[in-house]
Design a binder for this molecule. Structure first.
Ligand code: PEP
Length: 267
């Protein structure tokens, strides 16, 4: 099996967003079990990259475990401040995530946008802050059910991504996650065709803003009710390079089965 899709030349990424679940002790048990499960199954981490996104209070524990046991797992924060440092009570600086060896940070998740009123401009500031510290942003975009009805699937995510990239320079290491809000936690995933259509439009935005070369290497994930039973359909699409998984990432066996999609679908 090829380590990288020969057409796409992008290593798929399966990312688990734990949201506000699992404390630091539970995170250690979970990451150990995940690593053992994947190792037992001879998972090739160079063929499909795996990342987990625990709560901030777990990150030091996860970092220590990953470093001590040399686990081939990436990890990152679920959010980051757009500010460098200072009087921003409750916020976490990109420099702090970098110091904990976070490879990625999720930015602009729909729960941040809807529950915390995060704007596209703030998302752009957070993306710039992460990149300034060498942490790759996973930029989340997606339309609500209302947006879908009024504007179609692509319009809102395309506009969100254009603003999110407005402060990025041309050599950026970014990941984009297309997460239709109506599909998150609803059990009603988009169809692979819907995901592909929007992912292609988002790749077009990356090309327009950052150039074809960056667009060709940028991974675009689908997120929204991904399970082991539907991941294969998404991964067959040429512009979908992985998944951002919420609920199903909290079950080791289920998450490992999503990571190992190539085995059970023959891709
Ligand atoms: C998410 O919150 O990013 C997500 C995709 O959640 P779920 O997989 O539970 O729909």
């Amino acid at each position: 099996m090829a380590a990288v899709n020969p057409v796409q030349r992008r290593v798929p990424l399966i990312a688990g967003n734990w949201k506000m679940n699992l404390d630091h002790l539970q995170s250690i048990a979970f990451v150990q079990k995940l690593a053992w499960t994947l190792k037992d199954a001879s998972h090739d981490f160079s063929a499909v990259e795996v990342a987990v996104f625990p709560p901030f209070t777990d990150l030091r524990s996860v970092q220590t475990l990953v470093a001590a046991d040399k686990l081939p797992l990436a990890f990152g924060g679920q959010d980051v401040s757009e500010h460098e440092s200072g009087a921003y009570t409750g916020e976490i600086a990109a420099a702090f995530l970098a110091a904990l060896e976070c490879r990625y940070v999720i930015i602009g998740h729909s729960e941040r946008r809807t529950l915390h009123g995060e704007t596209d401009e703030q998302v752009a500031g957070k993306v710039a802050a992460a990149l300034a510290h060498g942490v790759a942003p996973i930029i989340c975009v997606g339309e609500t059910a209302d947006d879908l009805e009024k504007h179609g699937a692509s319009a809102v995510p395309v506009a969100q991504l254009r603003t999110a990239l407005s402060r990025v320079d041309s050599a950026a290491d970014i990941v984009v996650a297309y997460e239709p809000v109506w599909a998150i936690g609803s059990g009603q995933a988009a169809t692979p065709e819907q995901a592909e259509q929007v992912a292609a439009a988002l790749r077009g935005v990356v090309a327009e803003v950052l150039g074809e070369e960056v667009a060709a290497k940028t991974r675009i994930l689908y997120g929204g009710s991904v399970k082991s039973g539907n991941i294969a359909g998404f991964m067959r699409e040429p512009n979908v390079d992985g998944a951002l998984v919420g609920g199903a990432s909290l079950d080791v066996a289920e998450f490992a089965a999503i990571v190992r999609y190539q085995k059970h679908v023959g891709l």
